[in-house]
Design a protein around this ligand. Structure first.
Ligand code: TXA
Ligand code: MG
Length: 346
């Protein structure tokens, strides 16, 4: 398939991208969280192209993207009080609401569930594109299934050139991890996937909220998690990732020891850590000052490991602030839950 790469954003190119959707095609587009791969939510054949392009299991539903709060009712048949409060407080922004779906949203989008994920991205290009398409846009992250989500246009081109009809190249994603998924169909809002809108944010607005128990632990084979995506491999580079978690002094010592060991075994080693010291690794990437920076560079760093043929990678986890849960959730998954606890937290 020939992919049209759209580098200039103007009325003409947005019209073109909208037309690709109207003609049943699939288009990758930027958002403030990660890039998405979109199709008309009403077009089952187009939605199936997304599953195929990503190699995504068909029982993992897609989020439906709209350009304005006014359109929520087109996708959802009920808008509970907590949903209204969250939309008032944070829309457009990096969160997705799980709501009862309208019958017009096909089962292919929701993987047979009676609910639908609804998201209004803050990114202007995303909203211009959705408006140009004139329909709600069903879209997962624009990566090959199992790989780190794309936060830069070059990541999308790497994964989707030849698989998508068009790719809109926008800015690097500002948040860098996917939207917070909040189930508002019950009494208390439940966070199914942590992200830029935090548990504290939701509590402040709704009075109460909880985090689903599967967010940080692996899901066992026969379990049916509330968020189907929880049971699949995620964010995994080819490099073998291990998380080193604990207080700073202990994590540093442990990483130094492990890098030496891996070097002695002839392996190429990558380290992603909060330190300025490079640990003598073949590729060292700094996490930045806080979890906002860490979230922002994480997926790019995981892709850098592969670009640099890294065999084993160590990721330090020693910071805690409001984004801790979002970062931990991604880092644990990228490591397939291989975690070494050191020092006080052990
Ligand atoms: O930030 C984001 O949410 C990005 C951008 C492109 O908007 N999208 C994204 O989509 O991360 P995806 O497909 O990579 O992740 C969607 C997650 C999956 O884990 C899926 O199982 C879950 O949302 N999901 C979708 N619909 C659901 C539903 N009705 N109930 C529970 N979970 C749902
Ligand atoms: Mg994804």
């Amino acid at each position: 398939m020939k992919t049209t790469i759209i580098r200039e954003i103007n009325d003409e190119t947005m019209f073109l991208a909208g037309k690709v959707i109207k003609d049943g095609g699939i288009v990758a587009f930027p958002t403030e969280t990660v890039y998405g791969l979109g199709a008309s939510a009403y077009d089952e054949a187009a939605v199936n192209k997304i599953y195929k392009a990503k190699g995504r299991p068909s029982d993992n539903p897609l989020i439906v993207h709209i350009s304005s709060v006014d359109d929520v009712g087109k996708v959802a048949r009920e808008i509970p009080e907590n949903a209204k409060k969250l939309l008032d407080a944070f829309a457009p922004g990096p969160f997705t609401l799980i709501l009862k779906k309208q019958p017009s949203i096909p089962n292919t989008v929701t993987a047979g569930l009676d609910t639908v994920g609804v998201r209004i991205p803050a990114d202007e290009i995303a909203r211009e594109f959705i408006k140009a398409a004139g329909v709600p846009i069903a879209a997962p992250s624009a990566n090959i299934s199992g790989k780190p989500s794309p936060t830069k246009s070059e990541h999308v081109i790497l994964d989707m050139d030849g698989r998508a009809d068009a790719i809109i190249c926008g800015k690097n994603a500002e948040v860098g991890v996917e939207s917070t998924i909040i189930d508002v169909t019950g009494e208390i809002p439940v966070i199914l996937r942590p992200g830029g809108i935090t548990l504290e944010d939701v509590k402040r607005v709704c009075g109460n909220a909880e985090v689903d128990k599967n967010v940080l632990k692996g899901v066992s084979k026969n379990e049916r998690p509330k968020c189907p995506g929880m049971k699949y491999k995620h964010y995994a580079p080819d490099a073998d990732v291990t998380v080193i978690e604990g207080d700073k002094k202990a994590t540093k010592e442990k990483i130094l020891e492990l890098v030496k060991l891996a070097n002695n075994n002839g392996k190429r080693v990558g380290v992603l850590a909060a330190s300025e010291d490079d640990f003598g690794a073949d590729l060292f990437i700094s996490e930045g000052k806080n979890n906002r920076d860490f979230a922002n560079i994480l997926f790019d760093a995981l892709r850098e490991f592969d670009k640099n043929n890294i065999d084993v990678a160590y990721v330090e986890l020693s910071m805690d602030d409001s984004l801790e849960l979002a970062v931990k959730n991604r880092v644990y998954k990228s490591a397939g839950n291989k975690i070494i606890y050191v020092g006080e937290k052990a």
